[in-house]
Design a protein around this ligand. Sequence first.
Ligand code: PEP
Ligand code: MN
Length: 338
Amino acid sequence: MLIVMRKDATGAQVDGVLEVVSKLGFKGHAMPGAQRVAIGITGNKGPISADHFRYLDGVTDAIPVSKPFKLVSREVKQEDTVIQVGGVTIGGGTFAVMAGPCAVESREQLLEVARAVKEAGASILRGGAYKPRTSPYSFQGLRDKGLEYLAEARAETGLPVVTEVKDVETLPMVAAYADILQIGARNMQNFSLLEAVGQVPKPVLLKRGLSSTVEEWLMAAEYLASGGNYQIILCERGIRTFETVTRNTLDLGILPVLRELTHLPVIVDPSHATGRWAAVTPLARASVAVGADGLMVEVHPDPARALSDGPQSLKPSKFKTLMQGVRSVAGAVGMRLA
Ligand code: PEP
Ligand code: MN
């Protein structure tokens, strides 16, 4: 259910509606828009009658939401959600590039990459400290030490940092350091993690699951929003198909569809999508052209020696070329670079 307030509705009238919603045992989510406030209702097990709300002070309409995802849907909020983090804007016409190593491997490695991606024009630093690895024998990340190095790199470069939160246990530690909490593809349907991150007042980067449909992905985002965290960035990172020549199949076709279905910003990760560094720059350009709000790209000073994802990592000089291409395409489609 979506309650649409009149354009001239007062704050007291919005509060009055929220009170009625909570007395009925539901949760109300006030969503201010450019024209008016809308209130999304969650927590109902079945349909609720619009008549509970339609005649309240300041209300112009109460309409059922047809999609299974509610708060993240375009039906509930027409305006694009724009995320602000550490002075960087993501969405609403501003294109943000997140770049850095797959994993933080050492202080020197991270600082070297951080300086290089900043100089090339990236606006956010990525780096995994807690790594979800397919094999228990692979490098699992520097964990807390990795978070400290990320904080040091942020202090030096001014770049906000995005890093993965792997489980509920380490969430408080990761949330103490990260500017954006990354939920990885393997955890997209870890509902306990989604519920816990839904309570944290920090932006979340929600990667698409390896074999997830758009609806499953948006339902995962709905978990975050229903918990009260609306600062969600979606990240398309390729899905598993019959094709094995690339690590995954980059599904750029969903970008225009997501625009219709959701108000959330969407970024693309061409590194994990292809697993091949030579494919990353062309697909980064394509992502801008198709309407993405940003990119996540893996960069390593010495990909041949990387402890994870070397084959898909760009050397800093190649990343510079990527940024030049992204800048030209952004200009052609009327996007600003963050
Ligand atoms: C990553 O960003 O390093 C990562 C593990 O990505 P994904 O969850 O998309 O596989
Ligand atoms: Mn990686």
